[in-house]
Write a protein that binds this ligand. Sequence first.
Ligand SMILES: Cc1cc2nc3c(=O)[nH]c(=O)nc-3n(C[C@H](O)[C@H](O)[C@H](O)COP(=O)(O)OP(=O)(O)OC[C@H]3O[C@@H](n4cnc5c(N)ncnc54)[C@H](O)[C@@H]3O)c2cc1C
Length: 403
Amino acid sequence: MRYTDIAIIGGGLAGSTAAAMLGRAGIPTVVIDPHQVYPFDFRVEKIGGDLQLARFASTGLAESVLRSATLDGENWIARFGHLLDRQPSRQYGIMYDALIAAIRAEIAAPAEFICDKVVNVATSSERQRLVLSGGEEISGRLVVLANGLNVGLRRMLGIERLVTSVCHSISIGFDFVPVGRPAFPFAAMTYFSERPSDRIPYITLFPVGNRMRANLFTYRPADDPWLRAMRRNPVETLNAALPRLRRLTGEFDVAGDIKIRPADVYVSTGYRQAGVALVGDAFASTCPVTGTGTDKVFTDVAQLCNVHIPAWLSTDGMGEEKITAFYDDPVKTECDAWSNAKAFDFRQVSIGTTPYWQAQRWARFLGYLGRGWLRRLYSPPAAASAARPASRFRQHPHAADRV
Ligand SMILES: Cc1cc2nc3c(=O)[nH]c(=O)nc-3n(C[C@H](O)[C@H](O)[C@H](O)COP(=O)(O)OP(=O)(O)OC[C@H]3O[C@@H](n4cnc5c(N)ncnc54)[C@H](O)[C@@H]3O)c2cc1C
């Protein structure tokens, strides 16, 4: 039996971040994950916007981790084939496996990574017991459950998942390459849907190393034939859905694998229990379209590791009253509520057909257009032209937030 203070199940974004933070705080911790090296996984591929970056900064890891990412510097906002605005931008492109590798590189003693799978968990208001697939047992004062979408261990603890929106959205990821010229004329671009009937809120194009990565989102059922068409003939299907995109990108091609991933919105139930705290996707998911999943992860982990765990360890026991303080933490509850509301509002503002949502759509369009005009009016031409792709590695003080 190995003894520790904190046993983290799952070394994805939430678990690895928590382990690195607790190690830095001098708290004995083990993080257990079946993958020594996190495999390729289509998840978040960029971190950006002032709010999300501030949340990442609150973990103390942002500065070192973002050195492995690619900063865009400027993001074009476009719709109907027109460039509405060229926003200063701080979006950092990084593939998920590289992000996790960079975070895990920050895990140091007294935190430790164990490559194994947790197959059994038993909790109480005193010590918690984990059994690993290799037969090893771990005893900890607290279990942090950071095992993402995996439901098996949660069920063992009587924790269920309440799905509030089945296949809320579908995310599609691929490499976007210019045809007939060496590069696109922008560092990054967010291109909004031309017609709500296409059920596409937007496509975002952003640099990851030397590649231009595309994340396209759609609100369609998982068995929609359009997804098959997208997989078989991506260029034709994309041009049919967003016919004026090419005015800004020029001719393009799609390279490599096309990843298509539906996402449910769910929240766990029955989680207020002694000895265990759920973080990240293990607690609740959100919609990838709004890009707030990592806000939730960073907020959960920062509040847990900066505020609650040090307080809990200072007295005996790990009763439910301690754990409840984390779930009722106003910073956490506010972030969860904001993320959840955004998931549903953004769907409506993208595809809603009532006069209210149509008006909202036009208001957003005019807002972007107005900001673009003002920016052009007040930026000297030299500054505007300097913000072309070459500027992608510069940092702007007033970078725009996400959609
Ligand atoms: C397609 C897609 C696009 C997204 N885009 C964005 C975006 O643009 N912006 C944004 O903010 N968010 C985005 N998100 C959300 C974001 O990726 C997730 O919220 C975040 O990755 C969740 O991290 P996590 O650590 O909770 O889960 P995970 O990263 O899934 O980690 C769970 C870990 O638990 C481990 N595990 C599971 N079972 C066990 C076990 N029994 N024992 C030990 N370990 C176990 C797994 O191996 C894994 O390493 C997106 C999500 C998806 C699916």
